[in-house]
Design a protein around this ligand. Sequence first.
Ligand code: C2E
Ligand code: MG
Ligand code: MG
Length: 701
Amino acid sequence: MNTTDKFKMKQNNTQKINKVRKLKKKHIWPSILTFLFYIALLNALFCVSTVKLVEDIVQTKFEEATTEAEYIGKLYDSRISSDSSKEEVLSDLAANNSSYNRLALLGKDHTILESHGDITVDLHNEMSIYIQTNNTYYFDTNGDQNWISDDGEFHVSVKKILKAVMKNISEKEEGWLKQPVYSASYWTDVEVASSEERLLVPCELIITGEDFVSIFALAVMFLVLFTVLAISLVIKIISRIRLQHQMYQLFYYDTVTKGKNWIYFLHYAEKLLTSRWQAAKTYAIIDLQLKRYRSFCSCYGVNAGEELLKLVNSTINQEIDKKELCARYAKANFALLLTCNNEEECKKRVEYLISKLSMTTMKNHLSFHAGIYMNYSVQRKDTGRFYPRTNVDIAQSYTYASEARASLEENEENAIAVFDQKMVEKQQWVNWVENAMEKAMANEEFEVYLQPKYDPKDDQLVGAEALVRWNSPEKGFLTPYKFIPIFENNGFIMKLDDYMVSHVAKLQSQWIKEGKTVVPVSVNISRAHFTTEHLAEHLCELVDYYQTPHEVIEIELTESAFFDDKKVLLHTVKKLKEYGFELSMDDFGAGYSSLNTLKDLPLDVLKLDADFFRGEDQEKRGDIIVGETIQLAKCLNMRTVAEGIETKEQVDFLAGKGCDMIQGYFYAKPMPVKEYEERAFSKYVTSSGVVSGIGASIEPC
Ligand code: C2E
Ligand code: MG
Ligand code: MG
């Protein structure tokens, strides 16, 4: 994975994690809240409907009783005449209606004028009935005191009715449906048309078993309806939770190992580390890499490779605790979160894990490298209590662990490294660079230095390479090695490359306008940049902005660029050539040289890496290789530049072998533009002899 990919992957992961978090927030809580709200609503509806039903029944009963009482009042009116006394009418009415064997006549002042039967009515305590009617009701002192509420008021209490009903139902035997399950006696007075007196009629509120059954049936109906709705809601919530769970699985699933993936690790590692219950534990984040995975796949195929990763994943999972994590990060790298008290303990655990893994993969002779980053618990000095960790950045911690792992020698077998102070300082440096880079570019802190290239046959300046320097007001003068690798890692290198191309194009254009003879100046374009589409068009735009002829700009690409997408690279190189740029291969011979690259790409210049000219005991063999490489380049119509040349002997040797250009301290170090101008545009004399500028006549050394 190249550095730009890493950069993109980091952004991608953050986006995915945020998506999972959003999903979690979005789905569960509203559903649960809706459910709870629904349950509360259901309860309230059930209670209200039951009370309402009882009240309705009571109301109806009151109205029926009142109508009947009014009927008795009308009978009284029809029978009263001058020849029969009031007392006689009352006893007559009572004789004909068994239900009204007690009757009384009330005067204006609510005193009993006449009565028949046992009149024990409390006229002082009129009942205040919750159900609104126009009649006045009086407490029957003969009946049960069903009307009296706990606060001493008279009213129909639904609670009392229900209580009495329940008591009666449990006691009643056969035929209880027709019998009263609740009854209460009271009096009501009705108008008598013939006089201003009122007739006091006894009434009884009777709720039979049937009444109650209809109330109960209706309430049950409501209950069933609401329960069905509640169940459907529960089912919906459950299926939603299940769906959500499946989505998590999908997000957290590693298609290769069938275990957990990096997103899962990021999410749960952060959860564990920030949990207050885990605050006392010290955790280690580990980058465990299975070495030579690529060659394993080349030998046994990708499927066998994936099987091996699966085995590694399951072996690790068998060896770790529930509250520890393991997930595949990428390719053959695994991210682990282990609990251990200190570095030593952690190293031992990882050693043990590696030994287990080596045993399972023994027949394949694989080895593992591990980098450890410790995340210690934070304890209060005074109370000894542990703080829950805050600001935990798992991706960053894993990067530290990876850095520790990367510090191991490639050929070491089963090795472990812990992220230490040096690495911390390195990381601090990275942080500083990353914070300062944008501002530095805006302030033009990056300076173009030019290192001339000379023809060794006549010492003429025939070209130059643009090399960046960072003149930081805070950190001083910085050489590229201090910041270029960081820029390559975070993608900023592309901006820097553009910056350099623009500045060089501007300089060349200026010099041409001033009537000076210019030579091609090469600019380094990073490997990451070469993987981007439309690079050729983009560089054209930058150069054309200053109306600079393309042939005075040379593009240097490093050999490592050939490991990326070859198709894109070839396309870009061809396009750049079409646009008239010179192209050179930088650092040829450093690292993994492949002659195939020379065959595939139509380049103009081959830059022999300084390493060709280092190392004393192999001088002879090196000379042969250099000589032959120069010949090879000539056959391919390429010019050669020897880099890092520091001595006269080297220059003479290269001149003898037909090397076209020399770039090295022997002639000149990289220099500021002003100094380059002095050198290039006039005859220039150095301490080692006379070295001429561009187009100057050749002077003997
Ligand atoms: P490079 O492109 O191979 O540049 C040649 C490096 O060799 C330069 O180092 C130069 O100062 C050094 N050099 C030249 N002659 C001698 C010599 O005789 N002896 C010794 N010991 N060194 C010599 P520098 O300037 O430190 O740059 C290092 C690398 O940083 C460059 O290697 C190039 O890969 C990268 N770089 C520099 N500037 C840029 C830039 O603007 N963009 C990009 N993408 N990379 C750059
Ligand atoms: Mg270069
Ligand atoms: Mg080079």
